[in-house]
Design a protein around this ligand. Structure first.
Ligand SMILES: Nc1ncnc2c1ncn2[C@@H]1O[C@H](COP(=O)(O)OP(=O)(O)OP(=O)(O)O)[C@@H](O)[C@H]1O
Ligand SMILES: [Mg+2]
Length: 259
């Protein structure tokens, strides 16, 4: 059986004259928590957009479970088990928490559109299964008390949890998180870390972008560091923290920000 392995080989994405991702090669292994870090504008989100089919890279190959997915539509890629969250929250703000999580179920639903109108036995079975899965996510993300609350009336940290719950409701094998700790306080960040470990325990491989260095060094097994679209280093968190190019490019620029 094909392993849940993601292999990027020579991926290049340009916007006009700008090479946002430059000949990127990396391999995410099954069961890993894999981090992508780098300064602002390094090309991290663009890599995720190429993997999830939002952009098509001009060059290279993106191989998931032994199949080429470069050029597939976002929907086809979701159907293959790759699900993401976005850097900025994208919830249906006036819908309840439960309805937002349900929207993730509908992405993967097997139903034909007319089943919703004529209520076939298959559609009723699907709906029952969907609500069961929504309840599981409410429980897993500790959101049950907010099930009926519109997401726009909830604090930011809880909205972030709803986004992850919606993604998990799609039952991914690869979960892609774009800066999940952004805007979270220390306590929420610690909870997020625990949640990511619990997600991995369910057999889900996790690929994440993160600016919070403490968090990323705690969370990940392996890291790739980008700068100006190019990979400048890869390794375990310990190796990366010692890497002179990374200190120069990433940690160096962070120090500049503080001054
Ligand atoms: N749709 C687009 N059109 C033109 N340029 C783009 C587009 N998307 C991204 N870019 C450019 O590509 C480069 C990489 O952007 P990207 O958003 O991938 O960076 P990032 O590493 O995610 O940064 P951040 O940490 O700020 O989120 C930047 O120079 C950005 O301005
Ligand atoms: Mg980004």
């Amino acid at each position: 059986m094909a392993r849940n392995e993601l292999i990027l080989n020579g991926v290049t994405k340009r916007f006009g004259g700008l090479t946002a991702v430059d000949d990127l090669t990396l391999k995410v292994e099954e069961g890993q928590i894999y981090g992508v870090i780098g300064p602002n504008g390094a090309g991290k989100t663009t890599v995720f957009n190429c993997i999830t089919g939002i952009y098509k890279s001009e060059e290279g190959s993106i191989n998931w479970r032994g199949k080429e997915i470069r050029g597939m539509t976002p929907y086809q890629i979701v159907r293959r088990g790759i699900v993401r969250t976005f850097q900025t929250i994208r919830l249906f703000s006036e819908m309840s928490v439960a309805e937002n999580i349900m929207s993730g179920r509908h992405i993967k639903s097997r139903q034909r559109w007319w089943h919703g109108i004529v209520h076939t036995p298959a559609s009723r079975r699907d709906e029952r299964e969907n609500w069961k899965r929504v309840e599981q996510q409410l429980d897993f993300f500790n959101l049950s008390e907010f099930a009926a609350t519109p997401t726009n009336s909830l604090p930011y940290g809880i909205q972030r949890r709803v986004e992850m719950a919606r993604a998990m409701a799609v039952e991914p094998t690869l979960l892609i998180l774009d800066e999940p700790a952004a805007g979270l306080n220390d306590k929420e960040t610690l909870e997020l870390l625990q949640t990511i470990f619990r997600i991995r325990e369910q057999g889900v491989t996790v690929l994440l972008i993160e600016h919070d260095m403490d968090m990323v060094m705690e969370a990940t097994d392996y890291l790739t560091v980008l700068n100006f679209g190019k990979k400048i280093a890869e390794g375990t968190p310990d190796e990366i923290q010692e890497h002179p190019d990374v200190i120069e490019a990433y940690l160096g620029s962070e120090h500049d920000d503080d001054e």
